[in-house]
Design a protein around this ligand. Structure first.
Ligand code: PGA
Ligand code: MG
Length: 224
């Protein structure tokens, strides 16, 4: 039996630009155990990805701020505080960096994401004034409530669906995956991972992005 998976999206199932690696469509729909997507992206993104991959919709979105399991959505995190911090950041000359439509935050319920081109020092200064933390996923800065994490979301999913977190294999690439690595039984950081993720993972892979993730999945299938 292959183990259940908890997979980060950006940097783990994608290339460096955040484009989904098409091999995800070969390996994930045929995985013979639960697959949970755990991402910093807003809720609709992993839901859509599950839809188009043909996976059951069990997702951890917004770094643990939104969890969908067994048809029930739960929220954690203070979006109003994050919005207030974003407004203040903009008032002091900052720019979230996503243009007018801002499809990055438009459907985001529990935190605010900011383009990596933004003024990081100003963002961190303002977030601290609102007692919020800033994490850098390598794809965006996230202004979020402390303690809201993917790993807490994974525990919630496991309680809801009666899974044992120790059975899970986690793969990820950045500091927002460290909490997942702490909850899952086995954890792997792809070679492109940041130092926080590498430090938290049981194993650091030789290969990057989807090559690294596939190397884990292939060896799990071989040893089943
Ligand atoms: O959206 C981001 O900033 C990162 O997303 P990820 O958690 O799927 O890597
Ligand atoms: Mg990632």
């Amino acid at each position: 039996m292959v183990p259940p998976l908890v997979l980060d999206i950006d940097g783990t199932l994608t290339d460096a630009e955040g484009h989904l690696d098409p091999r995800a469509f070969e390996v994930l729909p045929t995985w013979d155990a639960p697959v949970i997507l755990a991402t910093g992206k807003a809720f609709p993104y992993p839901v859509s990805l599950c839809h188009y991959l043909g996976l059951p919709q069990t997702v951890i979105a917004e770094n643990g701020g939104v969890v969908l399991a067994d048809g029930e959505v739960t929220y954690a995190g203070d979006r109003e505080a994050a919005q207030a911090a974003a407004d203040e950041f903009i008032a002091r000359g900052g720019d979230l960096g996503w243009g007018d439509a801002d499809t990055v935050n438009r459907w985001r319920d529990t935190e605010i994401a900011v383009n990596l081109d933004a003024d990081e020092a100003l963002l961190r200064e303002v977030a601290a004034e609102f007692d919020l933390e800033v994490i850098d996923t390598g794809f965006a800065y996230h202004v979020k409530t402390r303690g809201v994490e993917k790993g807490v979301g994974l525990q919630h999913v496991c309680e809801t669906l009666d899974y044992d977190p120790a059975d899970f294999v986690a793969v990820g690439d950045s500091e927002n995956d460290a909490s997942t690595f702490g909850v899952a039984g086995r954890s792997f950081a792809v070679a492109n991972a940041d130092d926080v993720a590498k430090e938290a993972a049981d194993t650091v892979l030789d290969q990057s992005y989807m090559d690294g993730t596939l190397s884990v999945l292939e060896s799990l299938r071989e040893n089943e």
